[in-house]
Design a protein around this ligand. Structure first.
Ligand code: NDP
Length: 368
């Protein structure tokens, strides 16, 4: 494995000089250098498909370590315990996990359960005095999100949302270019986020557990992406919903929504969120001086893309590894990522999604 210096030299100089988490600190994961600072000791709650990915990615972290499990499935606990050498005393179920309060082995709980469970689980983890890392969407609406922010503040613990793209090298490089004015004034963003969903009985198609359909799950990438690609907060949204299969996509579960956002500068965004088109993962942004297009833009990578200056060449590093090391750097050293990952950032997306649902339902232009 090359040294960290070798690795950094492969990055663009501009990206390395960022005063944000995207600095050598955040690249411990990808370097061979030893690290002897504090380790963020994490318990994963919800040992499902994404939890499995995060656990594997954490094996390459330098600053974060998987030390505990919270699951409703005893057989998974047994398997994971053996796989990751987790002691019995760090394993919990959904009834008894409040007892992590008395467990000094655990600093933070990463909630990777269905969306509709995030709020109550966050409140319980905060009450136990542990930092909360919560998957996107942070809850099922902005009201829940705000409750989560308030509870974590009151408990004096961090609330961080699993926005892995905020650590992804090509995405970070593009945001840095935008901040440096390389695209001129951002004018237009197009985001297309979707996949074809399978099993009709899964929680993603159950409103109580998901809070909605494609928009909550995958459309949120275009919502969040519009904000970090344009560097502004929208002031209005409009939206149109299309449903081809009302049996699979019941009331309150959106199949396809096209939505538009307007920004204070006059920039506009036009986006598509869907559970009915495969491999839809594309961002395009154009400004007065240049453009960027990324496809894939938010998948697990490698992300690919180009700007008016040429191809994006930053190396691929497993997103969740960068994210977890970055979150540890934030918690221990106060280093901030180029775009926030805190609860307030999550609430901003939830407010926009609430407005998109209202716009689609009423046909009105909704002011934010
Ligand atoms: P899965 O269905 O694969 O896993 C969810 C896990 O939650 C289950 O395996 C189960 O784990 C636990 N769980 C607890 N209660 C329930 C319940 N009532 N129904 C179903 N599962 C339950 O989902 P994902 O891992 O794909 O998604 C989990 C979260 O992660 C979602 O919020 C999703 O949006 C987010 N996600 C984020 C991604 C990203 O790139 N940032 C990518 C994919 C998902 P156990 O048996 O251990 O209790």
């Amino acid at each position: 494995m090359g040294s960290r210096r070798d690795f950094l030299q492969k990055l663009s100089v501009s990206a390395v000089s960022l005063p944000f988490i995207y600095s050598p600190t955040n690249l411990f994961a990808a370097s061979g250098d030893p690290y002897d600072g504090p380790i963020l000791k994490v318990a994963i709650m919800g040992l499902g498909s994404y939890g499995t990915r995060v656990a594997e990615a954490m094996q390459s972290c330098k600053r974060a370590k998987l030390v505990g499990l919270i699951s409703g499935t005893p057989s998974k606990i047994e398997k994971w315990k053996a796989q990751y050498s987790i002691p019995d005393k760090n394993c919990y179920n959904y009834d008894n996990f409040d007892a992590i309060k008395n467990n000094p082995d655990i600093d933070a709980v990463y909630i990777i359960t269905p969306n509709g469970l995030h709020k109550d689980q966050t409140l319980r983890v905060a009450k136990a005095g542990k930092h909360v890392i919560c998957e996107k969407p942070m809850g099922i609406n902005a009201k829940e999100g705000q409750e989560m922010v308030d509870a974590c503040k009151a408990a004096n613990v961090k609330l961080l949302i699993g926005y892995r793209m905020h650590f992804e090298p090509k995405t970070v490089a593009v945001i840095k270019m935008r901040k440096e004015g390389k695209f001129g004034t951002p004018k237009f963003f197009q985001g297309q986020s979707g996949f074809t969903i399978g099993d009709p009985t899964q929680w993603r198609l159950n409103k109580a557990l998901s809070g909605g359909g494609a928009m909550m799950d995958i459309g949120i990438y275009s919502v969040n992406g519009a904000r970090y690609m344009l560097g502004e907060e929208p002031i209005w949204v409009t939206a149109q919903e299309t449903k081809t299969d009302p049996i699979k996509f019941k009331e309150g579960i959106d199949e396809t929504i096209q939505f538009q956002m307007g920004f204070p500068s006059g920039a506009v965004a036009n986006c598509l969120s869907t559970y009915n088109m495969n491999n839809l993962d594309r961002f395009f942004m154009t400004g007065s001086k240049g453009f960027v297009e990324m496809q894939p833009s938010t998948g697990y990578g490698p992300i690919e893309g180009r700007t008016h200056e040429g191809p994006l060449t930053q190396p691929h590093v497993t997103h969740q590894t960068l994210q977890m090391d970055g979150m540890a750097a934030l918690i221990f050293d106060g280093l901030q990522p180029i775009v926030p990952i805190d609860g307030e950032e999550g609430v901003k997306d939830m407010k926009i999604i609430d407005a998109i649902f209202l716009a689609a339902k009423t046909g009105n232009k909704i002011k934010l």
